[in-house]
Structures are given as C-alpha cells and as structure tokens.
Design a protein around this ligand. Structure first.
Ligand SMILES: [Ca+2]
Ligand SMILES: [Ca+2]
Length: 357
C-alpha cells in the first residue's frame, strides 16, 4: 500500500512538471513575419530556448531591388526528422524551393535567392523541440550575367532562373557548348546529371575507354540510360572549387538475371531508396586517366559518414579510371572492370561498389 501511495505521488509530480514544460513552450508564437533592409537576423520562436510544437512561422525577407537575399547560419538545431525550415525563391510558398534545412547544421552554411525576396517557412510537428535557429540575412549582388555562356545546370538555375528539368546547352570552359540533362527538382535544382541507369537495355560494364571518355546513350538519349562522358565530367568539375556529387539508387535491389547467373537468391530484399552526397568531386584530365577526388560523404544513407564504411571515399578517392581495355587500377593480377563484371570505374583493388557494373 505504501509503495503504491508513493508511486501515485510521483506520477502526480511528474504530470505537473510536464504540464509546466508544455505551458512554457506553448507561449512561443511566431516572430514578426516581414524583414526589410540590407541585413538583419531571423530567429526561431523563443530562441535560444526551445521552439514550440505545431508551428507554421513565415519570414518574408526583402532586400533592395537588384540584389539577392543571402542567408547564413549562425546556429541551427531542429529535430532532423520533423522540424523544417523551407526556403522559397520568392515571396510566396508557391515559388520554387531553394533548399530545406533540418537537423544540426554547421555555422557558416548558406543559401541564396535569385531575386530580391526570399520566404522562409518554419514548420514543426507535435513533439520534440530543439533550440532552433539564428540566421543572418544579407543583400548579395547579382553576379554579372554571361549571356549564352551557362557553364552548367547550376548557372541555368541560379543565373538563368530556369526551373524546369530537361536538356540544356552548357559550356563549362567557354568553348564549344554541349547538351546536358539538368535536374531542377532535386534539393533546390541545378544538378547536372552525369549518369543514369534505368534498366539493362544499355550495356555499361564492358564498354571501351573511348565510350567512357566521350559518353554513350540509349536510343532515347537523355530519357533513357546514359553516361555523360569523362571528358565532359572533367570540364564540369574542374572549373569550380566545390562540385557536389550526389547519387540516387532506388527501387529493385534484386536483379533476377544476375541473380540466376551467380546463383544468389536476392528475392527477400525489399525495394528502397538510397542516396549520398560527396563534396569537392573532381575528375582530372585524360593524361592523368581521369583520376577522381572527393571528400568523405557529407550526407545520405548510402554509406556511413566515416571513412571505414564510405566505400566511394575509402576505395575510389584518388584512383584513376579503369575500363575493360585500359587497366589503370591498383590490382596487379587482374583488371577490376573485368572482375565479376564490376565494370568501368575508379577502381583501387578493386572497389566496394561500382555503379557501371
Ligand atoms: Ca518536433
Ligand atoms: Ca589491374
């Protein structure tokens, strides 16, 4: 009886504390929704204390005409799964999304609009708050327009203000322009697609060096499977200091024909979606056999964020490109592109994953 009595008392105290916590949090309402001028700060409700649940706060930032809005993170901590800061490229929620920020983000991270207005929308779910954000906004000059000289899809998105995914002409070195497929939908858009594999109709693994250098397509060009080509990748990655590589792997994990060939049963594997991002992706020129350099994975679920389990960084960073007819890998006894049909790749001895195999 006494035990029960104490237990009841504890529950009561616990309930009161919870009530008071909720009460404090619930006082957080959205701050002012309009910000004008050349610079300032936007804060999450209650910052640096916990923001509240079920918030929908809007921050419309307007800088002088002819300039762009730049946001720079001073501090950012939200619940990664569920509390988001959406940045829109204009004054309304219907304008294109620049980026969605969530989780614990580093000081100094930034994003910008293409015009003089940016709408930030802070949305939280019904539980688990964090300290939120402290973000500086500033006016950024528009870069000098270079008519007819878009160097990549990022230029088309942020200088050309293109918002539709499709085929665009780019000239990374100011020389002869060529066609690329621009993804304007994923994570703010401006992505130049360098490889796409949809099905087994286009052979990838045993193509010769010349094909991997110059690129190859299915009959439906950029609508089907393709490899843009190492020479173009070199031009695209060499002109800028920081090119981000992003991979998407989705749907069927189990290829029935390969399954039968190697006698593996993979039918128990579910479909899924995996992605990863690696910064400072660079491909050297042909004289150096299109060597690939990259930093460790910065996000995604394709590999763990450490060198031991980051196969692209761990195995392929600093490696030259190998095809079935040109062996530049580190394996003395074999050609890694031939081994188990792993295909042309930046092989070491050989590699943990190879997306052309
Ligand atoms: Ca939450
Ligand atoms: Ca070899």
């Amino acid at each position: 009886m006494i035990k029960n009595y104490y237990l009841c008392a504890f529950w009561l105290v616990s309930a009161i504390i919870n009530y008071e916590l909720h009460h404090v949090v619930a006082q957080n309402t959205c701050p002012v929704s309009s910000y004008n001028g050349s610079s300032g700060v936007i804060l999450s409700p209650g910052y640096p204390n916990l923001y509240g649940d079920n918030l929908n706060c809007y921050y419309l930032i307007t800088v002088p005409k002819g300039l762009r809005v730049q946001l720079t993170i001073n501090a950012f901590k939200t619940e990664a799964c569920c509390d988001y800061l959406w940045l829109h490229d204009g004054a309304a929620k219907t304008t294109p999304l620049i980026v969605r920020w969530a989780g614990h983000l580093q000081q100094g991270m930034n994003a910008h609009s293409t015009g003089n207005q940016l709408l930030a929308h802070f949305q939280t779910d019904g539980s688990n708050d964090d300290t939120g954000f402290n973000i500086t906004f500033s006016a950024l000059s528009l870069p000098t327009e270079r008519p007819g000289q878009m160097t990549d899809c990022y230029d088309w998105r942020y200088l050309g203000r293109a918002t539709k995914s499709g085929i665009y002409q780019v000239s990374p070195d100011g020389q002869q322009p060529f066609s690329v497929y621009c993804d304007m939908d994923t994570e703010g858009g401006g992505w130049t697609v360098i490889q796409k594999r949809l099905d087994g109709q286009v052979r990838f693994w045993d193509r010769p060096w010349a094909d991997y250098k110059n690129g190859f397509f299915s009959q439906s060009q950029f609508n089907g499977s393709f490899w843009l080509g190492l020479e173009k990748m070199h031009l695209l990655t060499w002109k800028d200091g920081n090119v981000v590589l992003r991979m998407h792997v989705m749907n069927d994990r189990c290829n029935k024909s390969v399954d039968a060939q190697f006698g593996i049963d993979c039918s128990y594997l579910p479909n899924g979606f995996w992605f990863g991002e690696w910064a400072e992706f660079r491909i050297t020129d042909e004289l150096d056999n299109y060597r690939m350099n990259v930093l460790p994975a910065s996000s995604g679920n394709i590999s763990a964020h450490n060198a031991n389990d980051d196969r692209l960084f761990g195995d392929n960073n600093g490696m030259a490109f190998t095809t079935v007819d040109r062996d530049n890998d580190m394996d003395d006894r074999s050609n890694c592109a031939q081994n188990d049909q792993m295909g042309a790749w930046w092989h070491n001895r050989c590699t943990g994953f190879a997306l052309n195999g």
